[in-house]
Design a protein around this ligand. Structure first.
Ligand SMILES: Cc1ncc(COP(=O)(O)O)c(C=O)c1O
Length: 372
């Protein structure tokens, strides 16, 4: 009998191996052209990615955190303004808000979508709130239409944090095309991942806003060496853009493979005392993570490690529970649904290159914990 391999939640190396021959020639051709930052590959990727999301303008930036930072800057957020988001997110979402001197405020999540709860959002809105950052966590679309409707009552913009949801849909619309502006990460483990850092902003239909952000990402330049406004440096490089163009063409198919793994898990786990991720009717989940909930989460995680399945916590602590944020964010004292989820959540391996044998190893591992 062969020893089972260790299976991790994500495996960017396996994706590289699948693409290896093609990507090496894509990278070589890009390097041979002799432009390395913000050149033809970046502009072509920006056009193609904007079209994929649903139109508008895309601005490539250095990473997903900066995508939120520059979206907020472009919208004119000022130090001291409040921005409502969720505590159930990568810490990057909240870090980005504080990086511009704004103040995060937490709304609770909905237990089914695990994304921002519109009712909880309503309870924290105030005249100081100048933007909302809604996160499509794990690849599951949030209730953006309800959130945009509520935001428009207050005249404030909605930023979609799509770092975990490239290609996810609400009806026939892709996430990133519903709020006023959206932010993407292309970190290597993402559904659309580069081989280094990368990020992108999509502006739905406001060319002036897109132009402002484009200028801000490079020292406030429209024309080289002339700073019209005080900007910064957050540029996407040519090699990452070329890799992203190659992978964008494969994104739908790779998301389908993630959904295929999720379907196999859903079938195999019927009857077990765990809560499975919910596919909300009318939306398409792209399974950046496949997250179950169990009262016996820690024991199950330990059991899985013994059979070579490294399940993970996304995340071990919600943002308001992290030492850097504890006790100082408005709304952080009243997040019962978020806190209940954090006691129970567990991410199982999901990525397009998982083999049927590996899926079987995971399902056998989970089932065997309950003696099935
Ligand atoms: C929800 C969310 N927002 C923002 C980010 C930040 O992206 P990056 O790591 O590219 O800065 C990430 C990625 O970690 C994320 O998962």
């Amino acid at each position: 009998m062969t020893t089972p391999q260790t299976i991790y939640c994500a495996n960017p190396g396996a994706e590289f191996q699948e693409d290896r021959a093609d990507l090496l020639s894509v990278m070589a051709a890009t390097l041979d052209r002799g432009t390395y930052i913000l050149g033809g590959e970046v502009s072509a990727f920006e056009r193609e990615f904007a079209a994929f999301v649903g139109g508008g303008d895309c601005i490539g930036v250095a990473n997903g955190t900066d995508a939120i930072v520059y979206a907020l800057k472009g919208l004119g957020l000022q130090p001291g303004d409040e921005v409502v988001t969720v505590s159930h997110t990568a810490v990057a979402t909240v870090a980005a808000i504080e990086m511009i001197g704004a103040e995060p405020v937490f709304a609770d999540i909905d237990a089914t979508t695990r994304c921002m709860c519109p009712k909880s959002l309503r309870s924290v809105l105030s005249p100081r709130v100048k933007a909302i950052v809604v996160v499509h966590i794990y690849g599951q679309p949030a209730q953006v239409d309800e959130i945009v409707a509520l935001a428009s009552e207050w005249g404030i913009p909605v930023i979609e944090d799509c770092a975990q949801a490239h290609g996810a849909m609400i009806g026939s619309r892709r996430v990133g095309s519903i709020g006023h502006i959206s932010a993407f990460s292309f970190y290597p483990t993402k559904n659309l991942g580069a081989l280094g850092d990368g990020g992108g902003i999509v502006v739905r239909d406001d060319t002036a806003l897109a132009e402002r952000i484009r200028i801000l990402r490079q020292y406030g330049w429209k024309e080289r060496y002339v700073s019209l406004v005080a900007g910064g440096n957050s540029r996407l490089d040519e090699v990452q853009a070329a890799i992203l163009r190659y992978r964008l063409a494969k994104l739908n198919e790779r998301n389908k493979r993630r959904q295929g793994v999720a379907n196999l898990y859903n079938e195999a786990f019927i009857g077990l005392p765990i809560t499975l991720p919910t596919e909300i009717v009318g939306t398409t989940h792209v399974y950046h993570q496949y997250v179950i909930e169990s009262e016996e989460r820690d024991a199950l995680k330990e059991h899985l490690a013994k059979v070579g399945v490294i399940a993970a916590l996304h995340y071990p602590l919600a943002v308001h529970q992290q030492p850097a944020y504890e006790g100082r964010i408005r709304g952080g004292g009243s997040l019962p649904t978020t806190e209940a989820l954090y006691r129970r959540l567990l991410s199982l391996p999901v990525y397009p290159q998982l083999t049927p044998e590996q899926v079987e190893q995971v399902t056998r591992g989970v089932r065997s914990y309950w003696g099935k």
